[in-house]
Design a protein around this ligand. Structure first.
Ligand SMILES: Cc1ncc(COP(=O)(O)O)c(C=O)c1O
Length: 502
C-alpha cells in the first residue's frame, strides 16, 4: 500500500504568534520530517486543498511551501499523480512509529567512538562547579581581596594600551612573564629568563601544550599513582601510553618505575606536595630522578600547584631549580593563590623551546586575556600578590587546625587525619578500611558536604579508602558544625556501607 504523509502533516503545529511567515514554518517542518524519516521517502503528500483545510491556512501558503521544497529537491511532482516525498540518496533510515524508538534516535548524535565515552566519563570533572566546604583545591574565595584586584584590573583597562585589545603575543605579556620570573626565583629558587615563561590558561592548558609540543604518537609517560586525574586523562586522550608508578614515603617510586617499565619520554611528578596524598620528595630522590631522566632522555613535568601554602617549614627548592639538564618543565597556577576562575597559569620551558611553545599556544588556543594578564602583573609588582599569599597562609593554617581539632573531637571513631604541612587539603582515612569511600562521599554530598574520595585518584594502585577534605574554602565558624553533620551522615550510612571497589 502506498504510504501517505497526510495524517502526520495534518497534526503539524504552526505558530501564528511567531514573526515567521506560515509558509516558512511549514517548509521547515516538512524539511525536518523528511530528514528524520518521519515523512517517509516516496510518501504521497496530501492535496494542497486538503492540507490547507487541515491546518486552517490558505491554499496559497501550502502551494508556496510545496513549490519551494520541490525546488530544493525534498518533494517531487509526478504528472497526473500528485506530490511525493522525493527519494533521496542520503541513507536516511525511517524511524519506527514507536515513540520510545523515536526518542532514542533523536537524542543521539551518531555513532560514539569509545574514546568519546572515555572523555565524557573522566572523573576530573567531578562536581567541579561547586564551591562549598570541604571541596579540595578551592581557596578562601570569601576572603579574596576583590577591591585590590578590581583596582589592578581597572588600571589595566584604563591604560589606553590598544595593544591589550588585540591578539597580543601568544606566549603572554612580557610584563607578566618578568613578574613571574622574579616570583619563582624568590619563592622557588628557579633562575630563568622571562622569555622561558609561557602564560597559559591554568596548569591544565600547560599540560596539553607540553603533550602537544614535546611528545609524538606512541610516546610513553610515567606518572604517580594515585595521581592527578586531569593530567592522566588528558594524556590518555592524546593517546600516550601511561606507566602508573606507585608511591612510597617520598612520593614517586623511582625504583618501582625502573623495575616495571621501559624508559619513557616524559615523567609527571608533584614533588613539593604529592597530589593527592601529600608527601614531599626528598632532595636525594629529586637528584636521582634528574639522573634517570638524563640517562633515558626524558622530559619531566613538575606540577607545583599549591606549594605557596606551607605551614611548618619552607619547602625545598623546586626540582626545576636543580635541573642542570634543561629537561624540567615547571608548571605553576594562580588557581589556588588567586582564584580558579581566573584560568591563569604558566609553564617555564627549557631554554631553546620558547618559540615552539609560543607557536603551539597559537595553534591550541591563541592566548589568555591580555587585560587580565596586565592586571596580574600590576598585582604582583605592587606587592598585593605576596601580601595576599601571606594572609592566606595564616588563614589556611587556622582553618587546617580547626578542622583537625573538630575531627579529633567528633570523628575519631570514623576518620583519621594524616599530618598536613603544606597545601589546602587534609588526607583522612577511614578507621574501617573495608568501606567504599566513593559511596560515603556521595552520601556526604547529599548531606551538603563536599569532599573527594581518595580512590578516584588511583589507576592501578591499591589505595586505602579515605576522603580529601579541603579546609581552605571552609570558613572557621562553619567547620565544627560541618564536621558534626558529616559524622552524623557517615554513621547513618555505615549500616549500608559497601565494600571498597577494587
Ligand atoms: C594536581 C593539580 N595540579 C594543578 C592544578 C591546577 O589546575 P588549573 O591551574 O588548571 O586550575 C590542580 C587543581 O586542582 C591540581 O589539583
Amino acid at each position: 500500500m502506498k504510504k501517505t504523509g497526510g495524517a502526520m502533516l495534518s497534526m503539524l503545529n504552526l505558530d501564528r504568534q511567531s514573526g515567521m511567515p506560515l509558509t516558512r514554518q511549514l517548509e521547515n517542518k516538512i524539511r525536518k520530517a523528511v530528514l528524520d524519516g518521519s515523512l517517509p521517502q516516496n510518501a504521497r503528500m496530501p492535496s494542497t486543498r486538503q492540507l490547507a483545510t487541515d491546518l486552517g491556512v490558505s491554499r496559497l501558503t501550502i502551494k508556496n511551501a510545496f513549490e519551494q521544497l520541490t525546488t530544493e529537491g525534498f518533494l517531487e511532482t509526478r504528472r497526473g499523480s500528485g506530490t511525493y516525498v522525493a527519494i533521496l540518496s542520503t541513507g536516511i533510515t525511517p524511524i519506527k512509529s514507536s515513540s520510545k524508538r523515536r526518542r532514542k534516535r533523536t537524542s543521539k548524535v551518531g555513532p560514539i567512538a569509545p574514546h568519546v565515552q572515555r572523555i565524557q566519563n573522566s572523573l576530573a570533572t567531578t562536581r567541579l562547579s561547586h564551591v562549598r566546604a570541604f571541596r579540595p583545591g578551592i581557596p578562601a574565595l570569601d576572603l579574596f581581596p576583590r577591591r585590590a584586584w578590581s583596582e589592578a584590573y581597572s588600571r589595566a583597562l584604563r591604560s589606553h594600551d590598544s595593544f591589550l585589545l588585540g591578539y597580543g603575543p601568544s606566549s603572554g605579556l612580557d610584563q607578566l612573564k618578568a613578574a613571574i620570573a622574579a616570583h619563582v626565583l624568590d619563592s622557588r629558587g628557579i633562575e630563568c629568563d622571562p622569555n622561558q615563561v609561557v602564560i597559559t590558561s591554568g596548569a591544565q592548558q600547560a599540560f596539553s601544550l607540553i603533550l602537544l609540543t614535546l611528545l609524538t604518537p606512541g610516546d610513553t609517560i610515567w606518572m604517580e599513582d594515585p595521581g592527578h586525574i586531569a593530567f592522566r586523562d588528558a594524556a590518555n586522550l592524546h593517546g600516550f601510553g601511561i606507566g602508573s608508578v606507585p608511591l612510597d614515603a617520598e612520593g614517586f617510586s623511582l625504583s618501582s618505575a625502573l623495575a616495571t617499565y621501559d624508559p619513557c619520554n616524559l615523567i609527571f611528578v608533584t614533588p613539593s606536595h604529592q597530589h593527592p596524598l601529600g608527601m614531599t620528595m626528598s632532595l636525594s630522590r629529586r637528584l636521582e630522578l634528574l639522573d634517570v631522566a638524563k640517562s633515558q632522555n626524558s622530559w619531566i613535568i613538575e606540577d607545583d600547584y599549591d606549594s605557596e601554602f606551607h605551614y611548618e617549614q619552607r619547602p625545598l627548592p623546586a626540582l626545576k631549580a636543580l635541573d642542570k639538564q634543561n629537561r624540567v618543565l615547571y608548571v605553576g597556577s594562580f588557581s589556588k593563590s588567586m582564584f580558579p576562575a581566573m584560568r591563569l597559569g604558566y609553564l617555564i620551558c627549557p631554554s631553546g623551546l620558547e618559540a615552539a611553545f609560543s607557536a603551539a599556544e597559537t595553534l591550541l588556543s591563541q592566548n589568555v586575556s591580555l587585560p587580565q594578564q596586565k592586571a596580574m602583573a600590576y598585582f604582583m609588582e605592587d606587592g598585593s600578590f605576596n601580601s595576599h599569599i601571606r594572609k592566606m597562609k595564616q588563614v589556611y593554617q587556622t582553618r587546617r587546625d580547626t578542622l583537625v581539632t573538630a575531627l579529633q573531637n567528633h570523628a575519631s571513631n570514623i576518620l583519621r587525619p594524616e599530618p598536613c604541612l603544606t597545601g589546602m587539603h587534609l588526607v583522612t582515612r577511614f578507621t574501617n578500611s573495608s568501606v567504599s569511600d566513593q559511596f560515603l562521599a556521595n552520601q556526604l554530598w547529599e548531606a551538603g558536604i563536599d569532599c573527594l574520595p581518595l580512590s578516584i585518584f588511583r589507576d592501578q594502585a591499591t589505595v586505602d579508602p579515605g576522603l580529601l577534605l579541603g579546609f581552605a574554602c571552609a570558613p572557621e565558624n562553619q567547620i565544627n558544625d560541618k564536621v558534626i553533620r558529616a559524622v552524623r551522615c557517615l554513621e547513618a550510612a555505615m549500616p549500608t556501607i559497601q565494600v571498597t571497589e577494587e
